[in-house]
Design a protein. Structure first.
Length: 225
């Protein structure tokens, strides 16, 4: 075999042999982080943040005397959705979704870690659709961040679409249950307002902040994954 033939054969082998895909390696460090993030979801479920900010009062132009407190509004915010997106932003798509699924399985079959309890019958609760939506939303967020990186613009896009997906799935699930249970639409409407009314705005804002924090926390912790 001449030198030219040997070089050609070597080049052919390089082209035909496909490199092995690198999968996610589950180390002790990654397992600890998955468990910690599942626990973080439990904490966020029962954590209430009182957010006070300025507003324009409805009676501003009514001529009635106003006090300073009339310009303040306090919203009681449950930061579970920001926690979900923080976890995916921190751990990535596969490990993040693993942590979310673990949280859901614990709530359905082990401990009452959901807001209104737990157990397999929780699938018939109106709010379970929001919890179930964490999985596709985590996949969507992780995919967008993986393709476009953690730039401010791409992060905003990923967060907006993921939060929107959670609320759309949650609303659809809730309305589907209402039809099956023949629930009055007045009751359903109050649920919709409380779950996807003003709350969606806070979910956008705090989820964006949470994913940006995850961006830098990821740099510190990624060595353990």
């Amino acid at each position: 075999m001449t030198g030219e033939e040997a070089a050609a054969e070597k080049k052919l082998r390089v082209k035909t042999v496909k490199p092995k895909k690198k999968g996610v390696r589950f180390s002790i460090g990654s397992l600890v982080l998955i468990l910690f993030c599942s626990f973080l979801l439990v904490i966020s479920t029962f954590l209430q943040l009182d957010i006070t900010h300025l507003i324009i009062p409805a009676k501003l132009f009514s001529g009635e005397p106003l006090k300073f407190k009339d310009f303040l509004y306090t919203y009681q915010f449950i930061p579970q959705i920001p926690a979900v997106l923080f976890i995916v932003g921190l751990l990535g798509r596969r490990l993040g979704i693993t942590s979310i699924i673990l949280y859901i399985l614990i709530g359905l079959f082990v401990m009452p870690v959901f807001a209104l309890g737990g157990g397999w019958r929780y699938v018939f609760e109106y709010g379970f659709g929001y919890i179930l939506a964490y999985i596709p939303a985590g996949f969507l967020l992780g995919t967008i961040l993986k393709k476009g990186g953690y730039t401010y613009k791409n992060t905003a896009k990923a967060v907006f679409l993921s939060v929107l997906l959670i609320h759309l799935v949650g609303l659809s699930y809730m309305m589907g249950l209402a039809v099956l249970k023949h629930t009055g639409w007045g009751f359903v409407g109050s649920w919709l307002v409380s779950q996807s009314g003003l709350k969606i705005v806070y979910d956008f804002i705090f989820s964006y902040i949470a994913v940006l924090i995850a961006k830098y926390a990821r740099i510190v912790l990624w060595l353990y994954l």
